[in-house]
Write a protein that binds this ligand. Structure first.
Ligand SMILES: Cc1cc2nc3c(=O)[nH]c(=O)nc-3n(C[C@H](O)[C@H](O)[C@H](O)COP(=O)(O)O)c2cc1C
Length: 222
């Protein structure tokens, strides 16, 4: 396994290992087995698996220097290739990565720490006390800069395209997590203002999804 490299001293930044492009788990198996999981085991995650999940969500698959693409084409389609989503990683218990909140820099395949403590408990409180957020060893968080899409597509961009983009990316995460024998759950129910505060979101970003992930145990939901 590749080791992690700290690339900047001032703001803690990790260079993530290159994503794996092959695996022993078919996309059909992942679709057939995918389920939302809400009960996580307190077991540390491998940093390389966490990096793989980030890449599946919004990683670069075709590099480009075109400014609009901010690094290149991604694992998920995007209306007009405008890529309105921003992705964050909340780390609680991941080998080789310090706890905290990180922004995913897709172009560099790096994570940069923006909050130097684990705020999953506070995020859980801001999301109707959904316990799975703090029980999971790690969590993805999506926001969107709507104007990237609305400046070209107007109302249609706001009402349709941004959340369509989100769905494509989040489904990748579900399938990737499944193939790593882990689980996740897409969470859309939360208090926007409280979540903004916990995540210290810039005003222009709209919070959209929280996706805790990790090893899980099954509990009958219905
Ligand atoms: C837009 C959206 C929002 C969701 N929000 C939540 C949520 O806040 N909490 C939760 O426990 N599950 C949430 N879910 C997960 C659904 O409950 C789940 O997908 C559904 O029960 C079907 O189960 P499955 O994903 O296992 O097939 C959400 C799913 C979607 C698509």
């Amino acid at each position: 396994m590749e080791t992690f490299e700290v690339v900047k001293e001032s703001s803690l930044t990790y260079q993530l290992p290159s994503p794996r492009k092959e695996g022993g788990f078919s996309v059909e198996e992942a679709m057939a087995q995918r389920r939302s999981h809400r009960h996580f085991v307190d077991k540390a995650l491998d940093a390389s698996d966490v990096a793989q999940v980030l890449w599946s969500a919004y990683g670069i698959t075709k590099a480009s220097s075109h400014k609009q693409l901010r690094g290149g084409f991604r694992t998920a389609p995007s209306a007009g290739a405008l890529y309105p989503l921003e992705l964050y990683l909340l780390v609680g218990n991941v080998n080789d990565i310090e706890p905290g909140v990180y922004r995913y820099l897709a172009g560099e395949h790096q994570i940069e720490r923006i909050i130097d403590e684990d705020v999953k408990l506070e995020l859980s409180a801001a999301a109707l006390n959904q316990k799975m957020i703090y029980e999971a060893p790690a969590c993805l968080f999506y926001s969107a800069l709507y104007e990237r899409t609305t400046q070209k597509y107007g109302t249609r961009g706001a009402e349709r395209y941004v959340c369509m983009d989100l769905g494509h990316s989040a489904q990748n995460v579900y399938l990737q997590v499944e193939s790593l024998h882990m689980g996740t759950c897409a969470i859309g129910a939360f208090n926007d203002e409280k979540v903004r505060k916990v995540m210290q979101l810039p005003d222009k970003e709209t919070p959209l999804y929280i996706m805790p992930f990790g090893y899980y145990y099954n509990k009958q939901e219905f």
